[in-house]
Every structure is written in structure tokens, then in C-alpha cells.
Write a protein that binds this ligand. Structure first.
Ligand code: C5P
Length: 278
């Protein structure tokens, strides 16, 4: 038996850093959505745990035990007392160390997929295992729009009726999340709440406190934002997560596709995609 799961890219539409905890992690208030672009995960029964990775960004991730997807399988197996092995096949379509939570999405997809492969359904063990794997894994397990709090463990689902039209732009500079958080020294208040003005107005009212730090570490961030803001129909452009990927929120998919085509042509070495998100 083989099961397939989609590991959707996580996009932080706003990310307020509220402060630093004594353990070094940061308290966040973030609106997260999931895009129609992502990695493909395939799981099948095997006598031991093995992993194979292909796809455009395969070379940028570990092909061994240290891959977070492999750790997810091991930890869930140990927690649930399952001796079974699994062959994890990842098609890595998302850039790595990019602020899109690709590794976390892969790990979360492995948890969801093992629930199906082992025919145990969504396990009670999922949330605790997800939390130990990384701060973004709990929301990636949900893989739908949510406002996250704490260091990422509080996940409050948000209903998005009409999918959002995004353009994602990555200039190719890998940014390590701990480095970007370490460069963040000023913290701000929480985001306002959603009003009748709608999601786009809510996103515009927010900010990403990691944008300044990311700009100081990667020149391409400022250029990505400038390029996105210059496209017709772009309501807001901002960094996602710790970067360096930036998103533009567009009025509709037609405008997003047009902008992505123009940006891709102007910057053939950038990763540029139009995607819907919810
Ligand atoms: O949990 P995860 O391994 O994904 O986090 C990577 C790094 O990002 C952490 O080691 C920490 O430096 C930083 N981080 C943080 N506050 C968060 C999430 C991540 O400082 N809420």
C-alpha cells in the first residue's frame, strides 16, 4: 500500500515577534496560510525506514536520518509502539531555508500519511510529536489558514472563503531561521483582530518583524519586495517567515499569474510562482 500527501508551502501573511523567551525561542503572533505549491510525499511499507528525495531542490536537503521527515516517522513509530518501517519518497519542489516551512510541511505530511498507512487515523500522538519536531510543524499538520501563537504551538483555525491569490518570490539566498531571529532585537505588539474589512485589510494592518533582519542578511529581499510592489494588482508585499521568500497578495489569480510571468522573465535565476492559498 502507498499513500500520498501534499506538503503545502506555509506563508506567513504577518509575523509579529512579541518577545524572546529565556530558552531563546520567540513568542509569535502570526497569520499563516498554505499555498497550492508544495512538496509531494509518498509513503509505502518497508522493512526499515528509508528515504529518497528527488525534484528541483533535492540536493539542498539531507537524504538520511537527519531529514526532519525521517525523524517524524521515527518519533511517531516510537510514541505509538509501531516497529514498522516506511519508505519515504519526497519530491522537493520548494526552495530550502526559504521561510516556506518546507521541512516542517514534509514532516507534518509524514505524520498525516502514517496515520493513513497504518490505518490508525489522526493519532492523539500527532500534536505532541509535531511540537517536538519544530515550531512550524503543528500548523503544518493542520495545513489550512490559522493564526498561531506561543512559539507556534497554539493553532487557531481561520476560515478563508475565497482562496487568496499570491505570488511567491525567492531570490536564491538560503537564510537559516536561527540567524534571522538572532538579528531581530526589537519586538512589537500583537496584530489587530480580523474585522469586517476582510482578510486583505487584515494582512495590510500587520507586519513581519523579521523583514528588517532578513534584509540585513540577504540583499535579494529588498529587491524581491520592490519588484513585487511594482506589479499591477499587488495589494501588499512582505517577507514570509524568516525569508528569504517574499509574497505578494494580488487582487485575483489573473493578476498574480501575469505578475509571476513578468517577474520570472526579468529574473530567470529567481524561483517565482503564482499560487492560491487558504
Ligand atoms: O523549531 P524550529 O527548529 O523550527 O526553529 C528553528 C529556530 O528558529 C530555533 O532554534 C530558534 O532559533 C528560532 N525560533 C525562534 N522562535 C520561534 C520559532 C523558531 O526563536 N517561535
Amino acid at each position: 500500500m502507498t499513500v500520498r500527501e501534499f506538503a503545502a508551502a506555509k506563508v506567513n501573511l504577518f509575523l509579529h515577534v512579541l518577545g524572546r523567551r529565556p530558552d531563546g525561542y520567540h513568542e509569535l503572533d502570526s497569520l499563516v496560510v498554505f499555498a497550492s505549491v508544495g512538496d509531494d510525499i509518498e509513503l509505502s511499507m518497508h522493512h526499515e525506514h528509508v528515504i529518497s528525495v528527488e525534484g528541483p531542490f533535492a540536493d539542498a536537503v539531507p537524504h538520511d536520518e537527519s531529514n526532519l521527515a525521517m525523524q517524524a516517522a521515527r518519533q511517531l513509530g516510537e510514541t505509538m509502539g509501531r516497529p514498522d518501517g516506511v519508505h519515504i519518497r519526497i519530491t522537493k519542489n520548494l526552495p530550502v531555508a526559504a521561510g516556506l516551512g518546507g521541512g516542517s510541511a514534509d514532516a507534518a505530511a509524514v505524520l498525516r500519511g502514517l496515520g493513513r498507512l497504518w490505518e490508525v487515523g489522526p493519532s492523539m500522538a500527532f500534536p505532541s510529536v509535531a511540537q517536538t519536531l519544530g515550531a512550524d510543524v503543528p500548523v503544518c499538520l493542520h495545513s489550512r489558514a490559522a493564526r498561531i501563537g506561543g512559539i507556534g504551538e497554539t493553532v487557531e483555525p481561520i476560515q478563508i472563503e475565497t482562496p487568496l491569490a499570491l505570488v511567491l518570490v525567492n531570490c536564491g539566498t538560503a537564510l537559516a531561521t536561527p540567524d534571522v531571529f538572532a538579528a531581530c532585537s526589537t519586538y512589537g505588539g500583537a496584530a489587530p483582530d480580523l474585522t469586517d474589512a476582510g482578510i486583505a485589510a487584515w494582512v495590510r494592518a500587520g507586519r513581519n518583524d523579521l523583514e528588517g533582519p532578513a534584509m540585513s542578511l540577504a540583499d535579494g529581499v529588498a529587491e524581491s519586495l520592490k519588484e513585487l510592489r511594482g506589479q499591477a494588482g499587488c495589494g501588499v508585499a512582505r517577507l514570509s517567515g524568516s525569508g528569504a521568500t517574499c509574497f505578494g497578495l494580488f487582487k485575483d489569480m489573473t493578476a498574480a499569474q501575469k505578475a509571476a510571468a513578468a517577474l520570472g522573465a526579468a529574473h530567470p535565476d529567481w524561483w517565482v510562482v503564482a499560487a492560491h492559498a487558504r
